[in-house]
Design a binder for this molecule. Structure first.
Ligand code: ADP
Length: 489
């Protein structure tokens, strides 16, 4: 239950980098220490045991030699008191027991005096009677058993007895246990020291990330101008730079949004102010003649149309937001037919201004386009060419294509665009001459809409103009619409 809650919390809060780093540092330092300690303890114990085994073998060899020489196995028991005393000393020295087994496997001497007369048969004893000394270590019971042959003094090849020394290794084991206890204590204190040191080191190492986090928090609270540069490490510097870049873009978007909102409110207010002025002056007058009344009402109606037009254009722009790219109504459209339609619709306006409309198609072009949007984009261009033209001027629309793109140019003999305005004409609400644009019914949104439509078709639009001579818009659009992959623009 507890573990589950911990895992859930971990999942919700994410793994702490500090924790992982501290843990890694402690593990990296402690594991070799533990291994080394275990290895050293193991080899220490083995050395002690080997040493003890050698000692026992030597002592047994010496004792058995003396027994052989004194004919211990054949002599009377009472003559062997010196050897018995030595046996006792050795067995006491190794905290063990010595028994002497005769050739009929009967115990004839025992330092514990418990088993004299009893039989003693073991692998080592049997081996010894064959002439070779044998030893055995019982790890579980913690004792050595060393069996050494005792020979007949008359014939040094005949084994007539076996000396068996069992010696406890308990003191060696308890010594290693003691050392291992101290090693554990040392390792535990090392663990504590290492944990404290690594927590402190990680805290210091991660401090710049904490600073970065604080800066990001300020940004998240809406402070787009927060200073987020933390250049302590290359990584924090790169991170800060990337965030700063994104913040720059965000600031630009924010600024353009603010500008747009203030432009929109200004543009929407202008016709309303005019309507108010017109209505107020009508109300302020007494006995208004019907003609004047009608004239004012016509002006009011014009202003309402204007307001309507601005709202419609704004809605159109919003609809053409980049996300609307997926809502394109693509179909195979004859561009020649479309241009003819646009020009046909605009002819009456052109006629009013005495402007000649010419269409030059170099070939038949069909392309994947959104018919309504494309028609709107071209209409805006041709309408502008008529609106900003001179009396008795001309507008020439040409259409051409190659294997990949179709090209439309809209050239006019109009007033042209001043050089310093050229870069701004596609911006929302930008007009070279506000009064003139207003006079001809412009909203300042036409070219933005056109550019958006062309961009949605993955095309480009360009303009060249000479004030007083005329303007040419060049449009290039792919014949086949290929949807772009997510994340690419
Ligand atoms: P508007 O509704 O004012 O026509 P547009 O976005 O269509 O808005 O055009 C922006 C400005 O660019 C216009 O106000 C005008 O000053 C200038 N402009 C556009 N087309 C032409 C053109 N063919 N000749 C001269 N000026 C032009």
């Amino acid at each position: 239950m507890k573990k589950n809650r911990f895992m859930e919390m971990l999942r919700a809060r994410g793994l702490s980098m500090k924790l992982v780093l501290s843990f890694t540092m402690v593990t990296a330092a402690l594991v070799p220490l533990i291994l080394q300690a275990a290895l050293m303890l193991g080899s220490f114990q083995q050395n002690q045991l080997d040493g003890r085994s050698m000692e026992i073998q030597n002592q047994c060899a010496i004792l058995s030699n003396r027994m052989t020489r004194s004919g211990y196995m054949t002599a009377e028991k009472k003559n062997n008191t010196a050897l018995d005393a030595q046996m006792q000393t050795i067995s006491d020295l190794y905290n063990g027991r010595i028994v002497i087994v005769s050739s009929n496997f009967k115990i004839i001497a025992d330092t514990f005096n418990l088993s004299v007369g009893k039989y003693y048969i073991s692998e080592e004893v049997i081996k010894c009677f064959r002439g070779e000394a044998a030893s055995h270590y019982n790890k579980e019971m913690q004792y050595f058993a060393q069996a050494t042959p005792v020979y007949d003094p008359a014939n040094e090849k005949t084994v007539n007895g076996v000396l068996v020394l069992t010696a406890s290794t308990e003191n060696i084991i308890s010594l290693t246990d003691k050392i291992s206890g101290s090693a554990h204590l040392f390792l535990m204190s090392m663990l504590l020291v290492l944990a404290a040191v690594s927590v402190m080191a990680v805290h210091l190492l991660m401090a710049p990330f904490g600073k970065l986090q604080l800066a990001f928090d300020r940004v998240a609270q809406g402070d787009l101008d927060a200073d987020i540069m933390v250049d302590t490490y290359r990584e924090t510097k790169q991170l800060s730079e990337s965030v700063q870049k994104s913040l720059g873009k965000l600031r630009a978007v924010d600024q353009s949004r603010q500008e747009f909102v203030s432009n929109v409110s200004h543009e929407l207010k202008t016709p309303i102010t005019s309507i108010r002025v017109l209505a107020d002056s009508l109300m302020g007058m007494e006995d208004v003649p019907v003609e004047l009344y009608r004239e004012f009402m016509t002006d009011i109606s014009d202003e309402i149309d204007r307001e309507n037009q601005i709202i419609e254009d704004l809605l159109m722009l919003v609809k053409m937001d980049k996300s609307a790219e997926s809502q394109m109504n693509l179909e195979q459209v004859s561009i020649n037919g479309e241009l003819e339609q646009v020009l046909k619709r605009l002819r009456p306006i052109a006629k009013r201004k005495n402007v000649e409309l010419i269409l030059e198609s170099f070939r038949e072009v069909t392309a994947d386009v959104d018919r309504v949007k494309m028609s709107l984009a071209i209409t805006n261009l041709v309408e502008n060419a008529v609106k900003y033209n001179v009396d008795s001027g001309w507008v020439r629309v040409t259409l051409d294509a190659d294997h990949k793109f179709f090209y439309i140019t809209v050239a006019d003999s109009g007033i042209g665009i001043p050089e310093d305005c050229i870069d701004h004409i596609f911006e929302r609400f930008f007009r070279v001459d506000k009064a003139r644009s207003r006079e001809v019914g412009g909203t300042g949104l036409g070219l933005s809409i056109t550019k958006n439509v062309i961009r949605m078709h993955h095309g480009v639009i360009d303009v060249e103009s000479q004030p007083g001579e005329g303007t040419v818009f060049h449009v290039r659009i792919p014949l086949n619409y290929v949807p772009r992959q997510e994340g690419r623009t």
